[in-house]
Ligand binder design. Structure first.
Ligand SMILES: Cc1cc2nc3c(=O)[nH]c(=O)nc-3n(C[C@H](O)[C@H](O)[C@H](O)COP(=O)(O)OP(=O)(O)OC[C@H]3O[C@@H](n4cnc5c(N)ncnc54)[C@H](O)[C@@H]3O)c2cc1C
Length: 402
């Protein structure tokens, strides 16, 4: 038996013995565990699964052992992911730091920063939020105004961020700030800082949404002191890091819904439940749309696998990776539109006993599917990125071909 096969056998046996049965399959909304300084578990199984995976260093299996990872080779990480998927194990924790900032720190952080910031991430001890968007800097991210003034051994941050998911619940933020205004080019003069959300002068205000619930915040900075050691990468060189970070965000988002997150619902089986027999012409049309969508989903999953294999062979997959977020989030949106069409009013519940748990979860996931096509860069902006960077088409906004 090759060492990889041995690894698979041992991993499978360990997961079967250690992943509680109740955590295999999609989570209901609000049932996901967020790594944080004050972590909240809804039940004992969640805590067990979190602690067991943490103690195995499998929150970050590919990261070096020196920073709390498991130091696995990429083939082993792929096997671990396949085995987790096979058992439909839920993620033991959700952590934006691990998805986005961690890989950037591994590439650009100083040794001191890696030791200080990565290890607590790999143990799920810190909740991170992302301070990128501002009122006039969403798609046009380089337009940020929040400033960090150099005061010798520290910066002083003033300004505000918007749409900060879970800003009020987070321990730390990674933020883009303007450290130089003198250059005519807005991408220059931006830096990446990490800051403690409990610092004096930070205020996170939840934004009320029509649903009555919200994960979004506006975050205000009023003379916030941030030590110089919290600057990641070069001063004024943050734009390169921001682009890298966004790539990691988009690649994490391209996996949303894959078995473990609340958005995963089996389209064809739900359709059979609500539409056991197609009777009218429109039922047939709906069935055909669902079949096309299920096929697209399968093609997408195979492409993800193919991309993983190509990456392990050392091929450049950055082009496919930028397409993945766009395709996946648009596919998810289509899938929920079909489900809602098939379920009719059963998909329009928000609360209450007259709807099943699955129906309520689908209503929420349907609405959520729209937001995923905006978060991390809207679909239109992804199309621009693909046209420019992957297909190398002329930039229409600069007088290129329309
Ligand atoms: C669920 C969710 C979570 C989020 N979490 C965070 C977070 O934690 N931290 C954070 O910093 N931000 C977060 N955001 C904000 C998100 O990054 C922005 O909403 C997104 O980048 C779009 O920016 P905007 O809202 O300012 O829209 P705008 O940039 O104003 O865009 C409005 C519309 O114009 C289109 N548009 C804009 N420019 C172009 C162009 N050049 N070509 C074609 N079309 C264009 C857009 O596609 C969109 O349809 C989150 C958003 C969502 C939905």
């Amino acid at each position: 038996m090759s060492s990889l096969e041995t690894f698979r056998t041992q991993t499978r046996a360990w997961l079967e013995a250690n992943c509680p049965a109740s955590l295999r399959g999609p989570a209901a909304a609000g049932e996901l565990v967020w790594g944080a300084s004050r972590i909240e578990f809804a039940n004992e199984d969640q805590q067990l699964w979190f602690e067991r995976m943490r103690d195995r260093n499998w929150f970050c299996p590919a990261w070096p052992e020196a920073y709390g990872g498991a130091g696995l080779a990429s083939e082993e990480v792929a096997v671990l992911e396949q085995e987790l998927r096979r058992l439909r194990c839920r993620p033991p924790q959700i952590n934006l730091g691990i998805w986005m900032l961690g890989p950037v720190l591994l590439e650009y952080g100083t040794e001191e920063q890696k030791q200080r910031l990565l290890t607590p991430m790999t143990r799920g001890e810190v909740r991170w939020c992302q301070g990128f968007s501002e009122p006039n800097a969403g798609s046009d991210l380089a337009n940020i105004r929040t400033s960090a003034r150099d005061e010798g051994d520290h910066f002083v941050v003033d300004g505000s961020k918007i749409w900060t998911s879970y800003g009020d619940k987070s321990d730390w933020m990674y933020a883009l700030v303007r450290t130089d205004n003198s250059s005519g080019k807005k991408q220059e003069g931006i830096s990446l800082l990490v800051l403690d959300m409990h610092s004096e002068g930070v205020e996170a205000r939840p934004i009320d949404l029509i649903s009555g619930k919200s994960s979004f915040c506006e975050v205000f900075f009023d003379g916030v002191k941030v030590p110089k050691e919290n600057l990641i990468g070069p001063l004024n060189g943050g734009w390169t890091l921001a682009k890298k970070l966004l790539q990691h965000e988009r690649s994490a988002m391209s996996k949303f819904g894959e078995f473990s997150l609340p958005t995963h619902f089996d389209l064809m089986s739900i359709l059979r439940e609500y539409l056991p027999q197609a009777r009218t012409a429109s039922d047939h049309v709906l069935e055909a749309r669902a079949q096309a969508c299920a096929l697209d989903e399968q093609a997408y999953n195979l492409t993800v696998q193919r991309m993983g294999e190509a990456a392990r062979d050392g091929q450049d997959v950055s082009g496919i990776a930028s397409i993945m977020k766009l395709v996946h989030t648009e596919q998810e949106k289509t899938k929920f539109e079909i489900l809602v069409d098939a379920m009719g009013h059963r998909a329009l519940g928000w609360d209450g006993y007259e709807f099943s748990a699955q129906e309520l979860a689908i209503s929420k996931a349907w609405l959520m599917s729209y937001t995923q096509t905006i978060a991390g860069g809207s679909s239109e902006v992804q199309l621009n990125v693909i046209a420019k960077r992957v297909l190398q088409l002329p930039d229409a906004s600069k007088g290129g071909a329309k």
